[in-house]
Design a binder for this molecule. Structure first.
Ligand code: CO
Length: 132
């Protein structure tokens, strides 16, 4: 069965939003910068999955544009895959639109790709292959 690896939520300020999630009983297990994506991310473990809070590092971060246009909130859902290249090839073969042709290096060294919301009923879907 597929694993829902995490749910990504766009936030303007990690510190401010972490206070909210702490009040819900969730703590950040790790905070990490992903400079290639212009992001700082915090992973909050939840039974069987995680919440990923995504904060733009600077105004040129694509996430800063997302927040300016749509506000903070749900950004993407991420499924774990064993072989991201074969998953991408299968999706392309079936006519689904990916964001970029090659997997990218995401948080914790995972290889990730995104399926365009145009192809996914308005939801940004990430696939993630764990490192190693
Ligand atoms: Co993610």
């Amino acid at each position: 069965m597929r694993v829902l690896d995490h749910i990504g939520i766009a936030v303007g300020s990690l510190e401010r939003r972490l206070a909210f999630y702490r009040a819900l009983g969730l703590e950040a297990a790790a905070v990490e910068e992903v400079p290639s994506e212009g992001l700082r991310v915090a992973f909050l473990p939840v039974e069987g999955t995680s919440i990923e809070l995504l904060e733009p590092i600077g105004p040129e971060s694509p996430l800063a544009a997302f927040i300016a246009k749509r506000g903070e909130g749900l950004h993407h859902i991420c499924f774990r895959v064993a072989d991201i290249r074969s998953a991408m090839a299968e999706l392309k073969k079936n006519g689904f639109e990916l964001v970029g042709d090659e997997p990218r290096r995401g948080a914790h060294g995972c290889l990730v790709c995104f399926i365009h919301p145009r192809s996914a009923g308005g939801v940004l879907v990430e696939l993630s292959q764990p490192e190693g």
